[in-house]
Design a protein around this ligand. Structure first.
Ligand code: B12
Ligand code: SF4
Length: 511
């Protein structure tokens, strides 16, 4: 295969966080992991890859294009969430004007959900639908060697008078269970190429870390069924434990980064797995501040002990609502009652880690009383950080279809207001848009928890310095207090998930 010069670009998201101070914006940028993942196999094939993270430096369209074209690329690949679609289109227009020969490939959540509309409303040549590790190198091969793209799984294209959409396609990183193409094997592909990024420039202010942090992803997919989420009810695939531990070791020892946020949709989807991973981190002497997102119905004391011992310093459960009907409508599952959530949050509060509870309002038909119940519940639960989002029916979520039926959204609309905070992209609730925004402000004021990233002072409370966890006094004390306590008989199990994990583990041993 001939060598290609490729630029991978994330458009600027400055407008998404316009309400934050410049300093807070600058310090809460995160590495676009998806670009790192698709860069790695390209490098292995000998292509040259340059990253332009216009979001990190808040480049204007002109600046982004200047950086993107600086290495005279054959191809520019652009990642795109829904609100960034308009910005991405402007960048593409300017590239096509300045360098018409450059081939554009789009990927990411938004275009994976709406590939056809993307071809209709942008000047992109290709859309990679879903995971790009396998399809993108094949597209590069077609472009460089003038091949026919028709056989590539998971693409749509309008390229050189050829157009088409492959019938077999992949969903984004969350594979639908009835996917028509086999899900990619996560262990086959290299870890993200962090070295291509200005990896020391990514901080996570919300976790009070003034030192760099990076993201990692150990599994893809989620067994949950939340109506507003693109990952709902998807095939869960795990990377092998050793593979994840190697990556963590490289982050700590190779790159000298102390903070990692594991972006798995639910870190706790399988208990045995969490215990193995945690034990591995401790046994290898990896000392990192680790952040995870979890579901309350998947945790018990044993899991929490193991996570804490392994360096987990930030946990983020999705509580979502304090109203029983809304909890049900969201699809949280039979075990997520208010009582149960209260119990589990109290369990999490036994540990010296930072707890960030998140909530969402604006479900279809949700009333002001129901929203107020959520706000009261958030106050009762309390947390180091509380985040309230305003629901957006993203095109990859189950709610998109409902919003479409009501005529409130369509595939060709302006998506720049599809944001979680301070904006109502599409109001499906029973409350006026103005009132929703007022309730959102009120929620932060009333709960009194440091608002998630809302201003610099709020963020700096609840600090927890970097500590060697095994030696931590707090941990020793916790261990001492709990060691003789009978274990909670918590037989949490998503049977199908546990079976799937066993199968993947056995497959690894067989290979
Ligand atoms: C970390 C994260 C953030 C971080 C960092 C975002 C970033 N720059 O990466 C922060 C906190 C800043 C953030 C902000 C927002 N986020 Co966010 N975020 C995530 C999260 C949890 C992980 C992202 C990730 O690393 N995924 C792992 C990688 C491997 O997946 P990936 O990026 O999709 O990449 C794969 C494929 O899509 C494809 N691909 C991606 N790009 C490209 C490009 C090319 C050329 C090709 C060929 C292929 C390709 O190949 C990759 C490898 O398989 C996801 C949920 C999730 N599980 O993905 C939500 C998610 C991406 N976020 C979401 C949203 C809505 C937002 C916000 C709009 C929220 C807001 N504030 O209003 C903003 C938008 C900011 C932005 N820059 O777009 C939605 C997007 C839904 C949608 N339809 O767009 C998601 C999916 C969550 C959800 N389920 O609702 N987010
Ligand atoms: S919101 Fe969280 S728990 Fe619910 S489906 Fe999405 S990733 Fe899973």
């Amino acid at each position: 295969m001939s060598r290609a010069r490729i630029t991978l670009l994330q458009p600027s998201d400055g407008f998404v966080y316009a309400w934050k101070s410049e300093e807070a914006r600058r310090k809460s940028k995160r590495m676009p992991l998806g670009l790192g993942y698709i860069a790695a196999p390209l490098l292995d094939l000998g292509h040259s890859v340059k990253i332009v993270d216009a979001a990190l430096y808040e480049y204007s369209v002109e600046e982004a294009v200047e950086h993107a074209l600086a290495n005279d690329p054959h191809i520019v690949g652009i990642t795109c969430t829904t609100p960034l679609y308009g910005e991405a289109c402007k960048i593409i227009d300017l590239i096509k004007k300045k360098a018409p020969g450059v081939v554009i490939v789009m990927g990411g959540p938004h275009v994976s959900a709406l590939p056809r509309a993307t071809l209709e409303t942008s000047k992109t040549d290709f859309v990679c639908i879903g995971e790009g590790e396998e399809s993108f190198p094949q597209v590069v091969d077609c472009v460089i060697n003038g091949k026919d793209p028709a056989g590539i799984i998971g693409i749509a294209y309008n390229w050189k008078e050829q157009s088409g959409e492959t019938t077999q396609y992949r969903h984004r990183i969350a594979q639908s269970k009835d996917t028509t193409a086999p899900a990619i094997d996560l262990n086959k592909y290299p870890v993200p190429s962090r070295e291509l990024f200005d990896y020391n420039e990514y901080y996570d202010f919300s976790r009070d870390r003034r030192s760099p942090q990076t993201n990692a992803m150990f599994s893809r997919g989620c067994p949950g069924k939340c109506a507003f989420c693109g990952a709902a009810d998807t095939l869960v695939r795990w990377r092998h434990v050793d593979n994840c531990l190697d990556e963590l070791e490289h982050i700590e020892k190779g790159l000298g980064i102390e903070n990692v946020f594991v972006m798995d949709d639910t870190y706790t989807s399988n208990k045995k797995r969490v215990l193995e991973l945690s034990r591995g981190i401790v046994d290898r002497g990896i000392k990192l501040n680790i952040g995870v997102q979890l579901r309350l119905d998947q945790i018990d004391e044993e899991i929490c002990d193991a996570m804490f011992e392994s360096g987990v310093s930030h946990v983020g459960p999705g509580i979502e609502s304090g109203n029983a009907d809304i909890i049900k409508a969201i699809g949280k599952g039979p075990r997520e009652s208010k009582e149960h959530m209260l119990d589990k949050v109290r369990l999490l509060q036994n540990y010296d880690w930072k707890l960030r509870n998140s909530y969402v309002f604006g479900m279809p038909g949700e009333t002001e009383e129901q929203i107020m119940e959520t706000i009261e519940f958030a106050k009762e639960l309390s947390a180091d950080e509380t985040a309230f989002s305003i629901l957006v029916p993203y095109p990859d979520s189950p709610l998109w279809a409902i919003a479409k039926e009501t005529g409130k959204v369509d595939d060709h609309m302006d998506f720049s207001r599809f944001l979680y905070y301070k904006t109502v992209g599409c109001n499906l609730s029973a409350v006026s848009t103005e009132r929703l925004l007022e309730l959102h402000e009120f929620a932060y004021e009333y709960v009194g928890s440091p608002a998630y990233n809302f201003d610099d002072d709020a963020i700096s409370s609840g600090n927890r310095p970097h500590i060697p966890y095994l030696a931590s006094e707090a941990f020793k004390k916790h261990r001492e207090e709990t060691k003789n306590k009978p274990r909670e008989k918590e037989a949490y199990s998503y049977d199908a998930i546990d079976v799937a994990y066993e199968k993947q583990t056995q497959d690894k041993q067989a290979n």
